[in-house]
Design a protein around this ligand. Structure first.
Ligand code: PLP
Length: 487
């Protein structure tokens, strides 16, 4: 048996390369990285997706590193959207900080376990310290915590499960619960409501004002009506930066109503959260920061460092004041985990989320934050706000119809041609921009009107990209006018 064991050890030794082999592998991979990032300012934001037949196949085939990297290039990085590009102006971009990626390397190589303090005290302490730092930024008391999640979707889910627990809502009463939101909440809010079992709850779509913000009179009337009907007003979901238009709901007024009627107040700040630190003047007087007044009054909030702190995909956070309820909703005990209960210096992330074994995702935030400091991020975020405002002004001058003045770094616009269907024209215009490929935009439909969106949030997006978009739109309009009039 021993001989067999040693033979197997020898045969599988490829899994543990020596220093020289590691260096070789690393050199190949890093030259791929340097080439990719070296060209990032010139590479296309979007390339047409070809026939994928034959692409990214052969998962079981052994290949040398160079071949593997060649395949990544031809079958992955050069197809479709390039989310690392500064020309990504659609959806909600972020970019992907190099230092964050190196944080992932360190997390993966050391394979620290950030689920339980007993197993990874330093890793758990780091993640909890990051959460306490985020709480401080948002004006939450020091007793708050939350969880580092894979993104905003899971952050919202954990918040809703906690709210359900905090209010001791029994399944028999699910259909009496009322949740107040607007049509502008991110779809993952509805997803999370369904996943946490509350699909039978009464979802009240509160009307929005001309800036797509929740109307407070309508909100209070709806709550009062529900009380009269014998229902149970349960939760208000506000958005601090909607996906469609970047609007920040009147958070302070919402928090006042939440207090008055004893509702859980959750804020989805997945996109906009970090703008709460911006001291740039805002349109109505005051600063951007002032738009977020009341955020500190919420019970829970979701915020995505893979958006506002430009990290690669895979890092969101939920912040929660009522940590006891968060714990009660998520903790577990098992015989095989009995050794780990003793030390309780820090709460275990595994007791505060659905995950047990988890990606040590704190380090990808820790590294860039310690290297550059939050102020550097704020310069970049302020730049994004101003780029959006610049675009908004310029595109208006070009004769486009625009939505409300942007609260943050997202705005909507559309071209209304003299003749023909405007929605059709703008769909064509989006296709024109995407076909050009230097920058990438997406669209949305609000109240049955088709709008093109601008979302500036990649740290790599600069004036150059916005000016490129403006000139591509200009060209596109001229081209389409000829094309469509010619018919
Ligand atoms: C992106 C986004 C989400 C979803 O977050 P993920 O990180 O994609 O899971 C939720 N709400 C808003 C406002 C968003 O912008």
């Amino acid at each position: 048996m021993k001989a067999k064991i040693l033979e197997l050890q020898q045969k599988s030794s490829l899994l543990e390369p020596g220093i020289d082999q590691m260096k070789d592998l690393n050199q190949e991979i890093m030259s791929f990285v340097y080439e990719f990032l070296g060209q990032i300012n010139h590479s296309k934001a979007y390339q047409k997706i070809p026939d994928m037949k034959g692409k990214m196949e052969g998962a079981e085939e052994i290949q040398p590193i160079r071949k593997i990297l060649d395949q990544l290039k031809s079958d992955m990085t050069e197809l479709g959207l390039n989310p690392a590009s500064g020309g990504h102006l659609g959806y909600i971009p972020g970019g992907g900080l190099f230092a964050g990626a190196l944080g992932d390397v360190l997390a993966a190589v050391t394979n620290q376990y950030a689920g339980i303090f007993y197993g990874g005290p330093g890793a758990v302490k780091m993640e909890n310290e990051l959460l306490r730092w985020l709480c401080k930024l948002m004006g939450y008391p020091t007793s708050s915590l939350g969880n580092l999640t894979s993104g905003g979707s899971i952050a919202n889910l954990i918040a809703f499960v906690t709210a359900r627990e905090a209010r001791s809502i029994r399944s028999a009463d699910f259909d009496k619960q009322c949740i107040y939101l607007t049509t502008q909440v991110h779809h993952c809010v509805h997803k999370a409501i369904r996943i946490c079992g509350l699909q039978e709850a009464r979802i009240r779509n509160i009307p929005v004002d001309s800036h797509y913000k929740m109307n407070m009179i309508a909100l209070e009337n709806s709550i009062k009506e529900d009380i009269q009907l014998g229902f149970q007003p349960f939760m208000i979901v506000g958005s601090a930066g909607t996906t469609d238009t970047g609007a920040v709901d009147p958070l302070f007024e919402m928090s006042e109503l939440a207090k008055k009627y004893n509702l859980w107040f959750h804020i989805d700040a997945a996109y906009g959260g970090f703008f709460a630190l911006s001291n740039l003047p805002s349109q109505g007087g005051g600063t951007v920061k002032d738009l977020f007044k009341g955020i500190e009054q919420s019970d829970s909030l979701a915020i995505d460092p893979h958006k506002g702190m430009f990290l690669s995909y895979g890092l969101g956070a939920v912040l929660i004041k009522d940590v006891a309820s968060q714990y009660k909703a998520h903790y577990y005990r098992a015989a095989y985990m009995q050794d780990s209960i003793q030390s309780q210096d820090e709460l275990n992330p595994a007791d505060l989320s659905p995950e047990l074994t988890k990606h040590f995702r704190g380090l990808r935030l820790w590294l860039p934050l310690k290297l550059y400091g939050i102020q550097t991020f704020m310069y970049a975020l302020d730049e994004k706000i101003l780029l959006c405002r610049f675009f908004y002004a310029e595109v208006s001058k070009m004769g486009f119809q625009v939505g409300p003045f942007p609260d943050l770094s997202v705005c909507i616009y559309r071209y209304v041609p003299k003749n023909g269907n405007a929605d059709f024209f703008n769909q064509k215009l989006v296709q024109y921009v995407i076909g050009d490929g230097r920058v990438f935009v997406t669209s949305t439909t609000i109240d049955e009107v088709f709008w093109i969106r601008l979302a500036v949030l990649s740290f790599r997006t600069h004036l150059y990209h916005i000016e490129t978009l403006l000139s591509v739109l200009n060209e596109g309009c001229q081209q389409l006018a000829i094309e469509l009039d010619g018919k």
